[in-house]
Write a protein that binds this ligand. Structure first.
Ligand SMILES: O=C(O)CCC(=O)C(=O)O
Ligand SMILES: [Fe+2]
Length: 307
């Protein structure tokens, strides 16, 4: 009998009390998530969101959606412009961009743009410039995700993912989910899902996410929160993901799930091979996060971070 599955919280100390190497526990699927509460000052979250709207990177949800945002919006259920699954899994990757489910990305997504290498690295280069403008020593949420990760790793070197020729991936990505935009149950893996073997990040054994919540979506006293299932992706799960019946499957198999309830300023790390989801909640304010992917191998000194 497996012991009950849970997240580790609220800080690094609690992670080290349980595990000599918390990231190895995450890699093995022993914990649902590592949650570091309030590591980014909540007041700074609000200030940052305000600036993103003022400077035209996001739109005010109380105003009509400017056209250019609708054009940029990432369809719900979309993860990649390539891959076999993309064309075959019409239901799994249900595309929906309407005026109620809008996702705006500020940054360079490998999943979304990686099909054209040159364009991806050029886009990433512009993201580095933009992030240099957006963030500084007084407001450095990207640095925070990297430095906490380094501490969690104890002795590894955390750096933005790069190719041998020095090309840099995007350092992180800001994502705003308006009007109930949802992530259906899915997993993320450049290795197992997107099969991007021509990218350096493909060589890591494990993929994690590090996500800092900047703003919650809420309706009444409910807030939109991620759920992680105690089921690592295997090919036999695919039919259920694609048919949208993963919940039935999970119930039948008695798969545990953990709802990772977070407030602005909370940072969480999880193993993206575990099936996870963020049900949408159509509040006025969008759920906004700063998100990263992380390449990790227990036997390797460097950890790569990208978006
Ligand atoms: O927003 C989150 O907390 C996680 C989102 C997610 O699963 C993804 O971007 O693949
Ligand atoms: Fe995900």
């Amino acid at each position: 009998m497996k012991s009950p599955w849970a997240m580790v919280e609220p800080d690094l100390e609690s992670a080290f009390n349980l595990f000599e190497r918390p990231l190895d526990a995450l890699a093995r699927g022993e914990v649902a998530a590592i949650v570091l509460r309030g590591v980014f000052p909540p007041a700074d979250c609000g200030r940052l969101v305000g600036r993103l709207i003022e400077e035209g990177h996001l739109y005010d949800p109380r105003e009509p959606i400017p056209d250019r945002f609708l054009q940029e919006a990432v369809p719900e259920g979309f993860f990649s412009r390539t891959t076999e699954e993309d064309s075959e899994g019409a239901e799994y990757f249900r595309r929906r961009t309407d005026e109620t489910h809008v996702r705006i990305d500020i940054g360079s997504s490998l999943g979304y743009r990686g099909e054209d290498r040159e364009a991806f690295f050029e886009h990433s280069r512009r993201t580095h410039e933009l992030f240099e403008q957006l963030f500084d020593d007084d407001c450095d949420p990207v640095g925070l995700i990297y430095s906490k990760l380094r501490e969690l790793s104890r002795d590894k070197e955390v750096q933005t993912a790069r190719e041998d020729d020095g090309s840099l991936y995007g350092p992180a990505i800001l994502r705003a989910h308006y009007g109930g935009y949802a992530y259906a149950p899915h997993f993320d893996s450049v290795r197992l899902r997107e099969k991007r073997s021509d990218y350096a990040v493909h060589s890591f054994e494990h993929q994690f996410a590090g996500v800092l919540v900047l703003q919650n979506a809420s309706v009444g006293d409910r807030t939109a929160q991620g759920i992680i299932h105690r089921r690592a992706w295997e090919p036999e799960v695919d039919p259920f993901l694609k048919a949208g019946t993963f919940h039935d499957y999970a119930e039948e198999k008695g798969i545990e799930r953990v709802e990772v309830v977070l407030e602005p300023g909370d940072l969480y790390y999880f193993n993206t091979r575990m099936i996870h989801e963020v049900p949408g909640l159509a509040g006025v304010e969008p759920r906004i996060v700063l998100a990263t992917f992380i390449g990790y191998s227990a036997g390797r000194n460097e950890i790569f971070v990208w978006s």
